[in-house]
Every structure is written in C-alpha cells, then in structure tokens.
Ligand binder design. Sequence first.
Ligand code: NAD
Length: 496
Amino acid sequence: MRGVRWRVGGGSDIETVFPTQFRMAEKFTIENPDVTYNKDYIEAVYPYQTTHVYEEDGSIKVKPCSTKFTFRTERKVPKLGVMLVGWGGNNGTTVTAAVLANKLGLSWMTKTGEKVANYYGSLFQASTVCLGTGPAGDVYVPFKDLLPTVNPNDIVFDGWDISSMNLADAMVRAQVLDWQLQEQLKPHMKKFHPRPSVYIPEFIAANQEDRADNLIQGSKKEQVEQIRKDIGDFKAKSGVGKVIVLWTANTERFCDVIPGVNDTAENLMKTIECGREVSPSSMFAVASILEGCAYINGSPQNTFVPGVVDLAIKHKVFIGGDDFKSGQTKIKSVLVDFLVSAGLKTVSIVSYNHLGNNDGKNLSAPEQFRSKEISKSNVVDDMVQSNPILYKPSEKPDHCVVIKYVPYVGDSKRAMDEYTSEIMMGGTNTIVLHNTCEVCQISVLFGYYGGFGARQRTCIENILRACLALPPQNHMFLEHKMQRSFVTTQISTMLF
Ligand SMILES: NC(=O)c1ccc[n+]([C@@H]2O[C@H](COP(=O)([O-])OP(=O)(O)OC[C@H]3O[C@@H](n4cnc5c(N)ncnc54)[C@H](O)[C@@H]3O)[C@@H](O)[C@H]2O)c1
C-alpha cells in the first residue's frame, strides 16, 4: 500500500495526527481488487444497488436489485474549453474575470482590507468529502481530488453575445467586482470579444434591443451552421480537447411545444430548415449536440423541448440544467425539502425580490418573468407530491413570486421569503428570510448546474465514489451506534 500523508486541521502543514483534529489525505489509492489503476485509466467495477417495487397477486412486493457497472476514468484530464452564450453579461464577465484573477493570483484592497482571489462557493474547489474512517476518525479529501478533475484555472473561455462590447468594458458595465480588481484585469479582459449571436427579438424582453449589435445573419439553418463553425474554430485555435457550451444569456419566454414542430429530433431539424418557431437557446443546443459538445442551460426556460432531448439521446451527448438556481430558488428547494421531509405541511410560500442588473431588466417583461415564475414554482412540486400524508392529490401550497426591477441596487439582489407550515394540533410555524448578495458572484462558480441542494451534492459525491468502487455515503454511522470499529487498516501501514 502506498504511504498516506495526513494534513491536519485543513492547514497547509503536514503534521503528526492528533485524535481531535480532522484529517485531509494528500493522496490515496483504493485497495480493492475491483479497482485497477493503469497509466491511462482508473477502472472500477461497481455494484449499483436499487430497490424495485411491483405489484403481484394484489400485493406490493419490494425487491433489492444489483446492477454491475464498470466505470473507466481517464487519468489525464483534457484541456477544457467553455463557450458561454451571453459571454458579455454579468455572469459571463464575472466567471471569466474570477478564473483569470485566480490564475494570475491577484489580490486587491477594499475598505475592509486585502482580498485574495479564491473559489469560495465552488463545490469542487472549496468543499471536502469524507473518504472514510481511519484509526483516529474521519479522513477528508478536497472534492476536486476524489477523481482527476480539470483545474478551473486551466479552462479556456470563448463565447457569443448579441452585444459586441469587449469583456473589459462589459465587466465595467456589470458593476460586480471591486474596482481595483477590475483595473488589474482590464488589459487581459479587453482581448476577449464575444462572437456574433442569434437574436430573435420576440424571445427576450423588448428592453434588450439596444444592446443587440452583434448578430449572426441568415436563415435559422445558416445560423445553426455558423454556431457549429464557431465551435470548430474555437477548438482549432485554442487546442482544447473538449468543449462545453453553457447558456448564460437572458431568460427567454417559453417556447410552445407543438407536435410536428419540435416534438422529435427529425421535426425540430425540419423546423430549423424551414425557419419556423424555434428559440435561440434551442438552436444553440442543437448546434452543440451536433458538434458532440455537452450543453448546459442556466436560464429558467424550456430550451429542452422534446426534439432537443431526442437529438441529444440519438447523438449520446449530455445536456442538462434548468436555471442556475443560485440564490432564492436554491434556498427554496433546500428549505421545502427540509420542511416536508421533517413532516411539516408547508402551506404558503411568498417570495419577493428586487434587483437592478440587466437580468432584472429583462425579467421585468411579463413573458420572461413568467418563465422565472414557473422555474421557482417547480422546485416545490416534487416534494409536495412525494408526501400524500400531508397533501391531498393536486393540493399545493399557496405560492407567490414577485420580482421588481430597481436599477439603483445593480447586481446586489435582495430577496425576502416567508414560509408558513402547519405543525401539529393546529399550530403554525413561519420562517422569514432576508438574503442580500451579488447574484453574479454567487451564481458563477460551478455550483452552476441547477438547484443545488443536499441531494444533488450527495448524488455527485456518490457517483464519483462509484468510479472508485467506493460505497455511497450512507450516513448510518453504525460504527458509533453499535460501538464497534470496522477499520481494518493497521496504523503501522501509514507513514507520517
Ligand atoms: N446571476 C444569478 O444569480 C442567476 C441566477 C439564476 C439564473 N440566472 C439567469 O442567468 C442568465 C444570465 O444572468 P446575468 O445576470 O448574467 O444576465 P445579463 O443580462 O447580465 O447577461 C445576459 C447576456 O446575454 C446576452 N444575450 C441575450 N440574448 C442573447 C442571445 N440570443 N445570444 C447571445 N447572447 C445573448 C445579453 O446581451 C447579455 O450580455 C439570466 O437568464 C438569469 O435569469 C442568473
């Protein structure tokens, strides 16, 4: 077995182990015949346990099932390119600037002292996972070290925007980052120019028209072809091995799902060819899928009409995401999950926001607001439907969402929420929250992929553990409850 070095208490010094402090493993290998390491891959044979429920002879049967998977992880991470649709917006400029600031190791003064570039808020860069239990307690590893992962500092950015502004000026327009940091970043950011994009005025608010000066011309078919060419051009010029396309442009109105128009991949492609209704975000998704690039949607809209999903399945390309859900919407999904899981009957949810950035301006139009309202409401539905003890069929909590555009507050969004739940014997419980933050700073960092809560985190962690044939974290803690040690590793095998 390879030597293990412990980092104590999360600090940077390698020290002797003290029983009361947590431990960070620097490097580790899995001791399991089902896991093999070679120069290029880590291969793991993993039994995936599920529970099948079925009806037989009028009674419900429950059967545990096990499916064997073999996961192969490349040890050498690819050079990764990320193309942002809406690159010149608040999110687009902030994520590009933040990665650059980390890469360059920048620091800057503010009225509260010196700040140093960091990745706080990033699941992979700033959180840890428990590897297991050692002789002196739990051992943690940075999430990013569980498997080989791309260092965000190495990501190459590119993208499109209907506004031609270079990224230095767009960063100033966004009013998100401290001025001294912006000044240091400007010479680097001004080299970035968004590529022209698809603009179909009816999909975003009319108040966005004045920034639309950077447009791909031609028919819808030609526009999709141009996006495909752009992806190819970026790959060739930057030398990246993999490209992910991420929609962080304005929220679109919902697109009607119409049989014969966008219900299958074939019909959708015909619709694009003959120029019928298709949203710009669906056109970007189609182009990405055809180029074999994963596509992530960060806005609350129905980009993934059935035809897009069908196309992605046919081409075996990953698509995902439905709104970044980084602030109020995230709290809502986590809190309703917590309340209903605790057996409380949440009966009223009232969410009020005001914000003054361009996202707020776009959402002040009724159809775009409706997309956001649906996204915020949907996060509650699954939890409510999962509990027929508390909710009758089709019963839902009262749910009201208000978003107001107040230019003065800029990117600093204020959200006020009130959750009322019925508790036992006619009592009520009301939780009131007030949340103020720079929305683009909270949403840009790799919490990215929608509605991030405890379940999603556990899901990602367990999938990564499965790639090493490690059992999922089950939080049963039987070793404590039964007062038994299941640790077989001898302390003598460790090197300090
Ligand atoms: N910031 C957050 O916390 C957060 C949270 C959840 C969801 N979102 C969603 O993320 C999206 C981006 O937010 P933001 O604050 O960066 O908005 P923003 O308005 O600052 O940026 C959007 C950018 O998209 C561009 N754009 C519009 N249509 C385009 C098109 N067809 N092609 C290319 N570019 C186009 C605009 O010119 C603008 O530069 C919004 O839909 C917002 O609702 C943001």
